[in-house]
Design a protein around this ligand. Structure first.
Ligand SMILES: [Zn+2]
Ligand SMILES: [Zn+2]
Length: 336
């Protein structure tokens, strides 16, 4: 079968590999749709650790094609979304109910072969059934959505709250929709690209700001009478971290979601954080949220079609992952 392999940092190539078999407790999924994620670009550049050589692709949806020994939850033919993060269940973090902080975390499409391929073998406990008539492209959104739901849980948004979201990529645009569904009253999206600001306004943002055109911190404080209840940082660049913490109201929360390159340091003002009691809450991965993401996608409550800006085949994955996102890009979907 064809698979897109990360062979070395900066070296990704599509080639023929053995089709996987379902080992005990595993199912083999025929991939129908897979999303390209910012993390894939980080892995390609060596900014996020992987087990090279490996087939990338951690956001995918497909049909159960083969069922391994001792699997009772699938018979074959089910449409499934896969939670890529596999916790060990026995380390101290796992035993404290924090599987996203597992000391032995493995991940499909990161440390074991993933979904930029025709087939992928996954532990059956990682697969979640979707309605058979669901568009598999929607199914490919479950993984990023599950991570966003964890951030929304951490944000503890209450009806009537004000929320600022920094970054207008697929994550920022999912966060806009989730903040609206959580009952936020004011939702301010901050991003440079006009097309993304327009998309945010269509999807439920009440205001969209260009940080290069004006002082976004002042504009947010002005619009909310002193700062928002919740800031969600989804860009992962020093600038948005630094401006983001200043957008929170006194006693507000700053949700750290964007992935900055490992080792990156960013100066922050501890005195201001202290006297304003701004709570910095990181939201990493998707602990216990994949089933809720699958339920939301199945319900059709989210607008996902307009987030897909390009659909490609496996032969073009290496090119797209190896280059910076093109202007206007929101989500690129791979259809093997
Ligand atoms: Zn991802
Ligand atoms: Zn563990």
């Amino acid at each position: 079968m064809r698979a897109v392999r990360l062979e070395a940092i900066g070296d990704m190539v599509m080639r023929m590999v053995e089709k996987p078999n379902a080992g005990p407790g595993e199912v083999v999924v025929r991939v129908l749709a897979a999303g390209i994620c910012g993390s894939d670009r980080h892995m390609h550049k060596g900014e996020y650790p992987t087990a090279i050589p490996v087939t990338l692709g951690h956001e995918f949806c497909g049909l159960v094609e083969e069922v391994g020994e001792s699997v009772s939850s699938f018979v074959g033919g089910e449409l499934v979304t896969v939670d890529p993060n596999i916790a060990c269940g026995t380390c101290s973090a796992c035993r404290r109910g924090r599987p996203n902080l597992c000391a032995n975390l493995k991940a499909i499409g990161v440390t074991r072969d993933g979904g930029f391929a025709e087939y992928v073998a996954v532990p059956c406990g990682q697969a979640f059934t979707l309605p058979p008539d669901l568009d598999p492209v929607h199914g490919a959104f479950c993984e990023p959505l599950a991570c966003c739901i964890h951030a929304i849980d951490k944000a503890q948004i209450r009806p009537g709250d004000s929320v600022a979201i920094l970054g207008g990529g697929v994550i920022g645009l999912l966060m806009v929709q989730l903040a609206r569904l959580a009952g936020a009253d004011q939702i301010i999206l901050i991003t440079r690209q006009l097309s993304r600001r327009e998309a945010a306004l269509r999807l439920g943002a009440t205001q969209a700001l260009d940080p290069t055109a004006s002082d976004a911190v002042a504009a947010v404080k002005d619009a909310t009478g002193g700062g928002v209840d919740v800031v969600i940082e989804c860009a992962g660049v020093p600038e948005t971290l630094q401006t983001g913490v200043r957008m929170a109201r006194r006693g507000g929360a700053f949700i750290l979601f964007g992935v900055t390159p490992a080792g990156q340091e960013v100066p922050v003002p501890p005195f201001d954080l202290l006297v304003n009691e701004v709570e910095i809450r990181p939201a990493y991965l998707n602990p216990f949220t994949h089933a809720r993401a699958a339920a939301m996608v199945a319900s059709g409550i989210l607008e996902l079609d307009s987030l897909v800006t390009k659909t490609i085949g496996l032969e073009d994955v290496a090119d797209v992952v190896g280059s910076a996102p093109s202007t206007g890009e929101i989500k690129v979907i791979v259809r093997p």
